[in-house]
Design a protein around this ligand. Structure first.
Ligand code: ASP
Length: 586
């Protein structure tokens, strides 16, 4: 038998028990006549003791144990004289009478403990070693729990978990497809799903009125810090529902998960229109744990001779409570922050509302006390507050101010990790104008239904049409997104037309769905949770990487597998992709 207990299990009540433990040697300390070994497995760490006076040979053997050796030890549970209250097993140790080395280990390239000395790259390369560390183990345990609780909730609500294929044809979610060449049909390709979108809609046509799946999605996008080319969704779809039914059902899912896993009662989810979110927060995923909502100043700031403001579309600012004391240096740093190319503002105007009721601003030349007082009133500012103002093209100014708002929240520690502010952002635009290609893209995806009251505008003013689309946002993170779908063929045809597909192209790419819509498609809609992000949020992290067992790095590489990689000429030949061959043939 390899073990009677795990390394996380033994307590004072096990005193005098003869036990067998197996695990990895985390650390060994040689204190003259005694050798102490920290033995680790998934469940914890237990201290082993070897006493020279009791068994010299055994003690010698213990001294030779290297880090990460796999061993089996048999011994008796005794009370520790030097107890460690920080360890669950810290009251006991095992006085060992038999030791077997099950496997040796090379010296690991970094320390495998709560804290490690390993750099990011090295830990990615030896991910299987990093995963031995307790922090990563806790992340994967949390991930497991969230998926189990999701399944429990959805099962109780009558959802069926149904798998859909990975080798498919393009599903448009706005990214590039990863493609897989077909050997049997040379010159032809499968696409990996960007999401199971079309399949879940087909399942609705088939009558499976509540579907879900915890599923991998693949998107060939330019990588950003918190993106992985493959990621996981809790993908859901329902029939005979309206937007409210979906929101209620999935507010329920989020509440269930937070309650069961964190013992947190999420508050009632707020509802905010996309237009309000953009106007008041400059983003479609506002962090509403703190205020600092936008105030527009065009009416009080323009026409006073300050050129920078007069010529722009929008003058907009935030009021930062209690920061009138910011130094020159701090304000310069904020100006540098908004001028960074990623943010792109030209400059920053500040107004200090001093404790004594006076104002000090960077635009004193153009605005006197009374003028600044009217600004302060618009913000409901109090003496001691700092007003920060940006100006420019409306969307750009809002976007930049949104970044500044988050930066101020960071500086003031307003992002309380124990507070959760959930809401639904609703009424997204249906279409998004792309300057580069001079055409519309679907804001969510091409299967999202326009609001019925906007049908007439589909022809006259498509850009202003709103969609039955919604996002779930918690603490500024887009946790889920979905929509009520189009279920009528004529509207789907119209949508493809707006997106610039010819009838033939639409038929070639989505003929199967358009065909299905001719056989009694029910009204339906759904949502998909970004599972990795949800788990990271619950874990209190901003990055998802530690919550994925084998993630890729920021450049989309798997450093452990060294992938992507080239393939052999034989493989290329088989696939009909050998460029050399192709050149020779022509
Ligand atoms: N397929 C969509 C997505 O991946 C989610 C949905 O509309 O249900 O964002």
């Amino acid at each position: 038998m390899h073990r009677t207990h795990t390394c996380g299990e033994l307590r004072i009540e096990h005193l005098n028990k003869e036990v067998t433990l197996s695990g990895w040697v985390q650390k060994s300390r040689d204190l003259g006549g005694m050798t102490f070994v920290d033995l680790r497995d998934r469940y914890g760490i237990t201290q082993l003791v070897f006493n020279e006076e009791v068994d010299k040979e055994l003690c010698e053997k213990a001294r030779r144990l290297g880090r990460e050796f796999v061993i089996k030890a048999i011994g008796k549970v005794i009370e520790r004289s030097n107890k460690n209250p920080d360890m669950p097993t810290g009251e006991v140790e095992i006085i060992v009478n038999s030791l077997e080395i099950l496997n040796e280990s090379k010296v690991p390239p970094f320390t495998i403990e709560e804290e490690t000395d390993g750099g990011e790259e090295l830990r990615m390369k030896y991910r299987y070693l990093d995963l031995r560390r307790a922090p990563l183990k806790r992340c994967l345990e949390l991930r497991h729990k969230v998926s189990q609780e999701s399944r429990k909730y959805l099962d109780a609500q009558g959802f069926l978990e149904i798998e859909t294929p990975f080798l498919i044809k393009s599903t448009p979610e706005g990214a590039r497809d990863f493609v897989v060449p077909s050997r049997m049909h040379q010159g032809e390709f499968y696409a990996l799903p960007q999401s199971p979108q079309t399949f879940k809609q087909l399942l609705m046509v088939s009558g499976y009125d509540k579907y879900f799946q915890v599923v991998k999605c693949f998107r060939d996008e330019d990588l950003r810090a918190d993106r992985q080319p493959e990621f996981t969704q809790i993908d859901c779809e329902m029939s005979f529902v309206e937007q409210d039914d979906i929101l209620k059902t999935f507010e329920g899912l989020a509440k269930h998960i937070f309650k069961e896993i964190k013992d947190v009662e999420l508050p009632e989810f707020g509802l905010m229109t996309y237009d309000d979110a953009m106007k008041n927060y400059g983003t479609d995923k506002p962090d509403t744990r703190f205020e600092m909502t936008f105030v527009e100043l065009n009416d009080v700031a323009q026409g006073k001779g300050f050129n920078v403001f007069d010529s722009v579309e929008l003058v907009v600012g935030i009021c930062v409570e209690g920061c009138a004391g910011y130094s020159r240096k701090q304000l310069d740093a904020l100006t540098d922050f908004v001028r960074r190319p990623q943010i792109g503002a030209k400059g920053l105007v500040y107004v200090k509302y001093n404790e004594d009721g006076t104002f000090k601003s960077s635009v004193d030349k153009f605005y006197d006390h009374d003028a600044l007082k009217t600004w302060a009133e618009k913000f409901n500012a109090k003496p001691g507050d700092l007003i920060l103002v940006l100006a420019g093209e409306a969307n750009q100014a809002r976007k930049a101010l949104s970044e500044l708002r988050l930066e101020m929240a960071n500086q003031l520690n307003l992002k309380d990790p124990n507070a959760f502010a959930p809401l639904f952002v609703v009424d997204f635009p249906l279409l998004d104008w792309d300057e580069e290609t001079q055409r519309y893209n679907a804001m969510h995806h091409p299967f999202t239904s326009p609001k019925e009251e906007d049908f007439a505008k589909l022809n006259s003013d498509p850009g202003s049409v709103k969609a039955n689309a919604y996002d779930m946002v918690i603490n500024g993170v887009e946790i889920a997104g979905g929509s009520i779908r189009i279920h009528k063929k004529d509207i789907q045809d119209k949508m493809f037309e707006l997106l610039g597909f010819t009838k033939k192209e639409a038929q070639k790419q989505f003929g199967f769905l358009l065909g299905a819509f001719e056989y009694g498609a029910p009204p339906h809609g759904g949502i998909a949770f970004g599972f990795d992000r949800l788990v990271a949020l619950i874990g209190g992290d901003e990055t998802i990487r530690d919550y994925i067992a084998f993630p890729k790095n920021n450049a989309g590489r798997d450093l452990m597998l060294d992938s992507p990689s080239t393939i052999s000429d034989e493989q290329l030949d088989e696939l009909g992709l050998n460029v050399k061959e192709l050149v020779n043939q022509h």
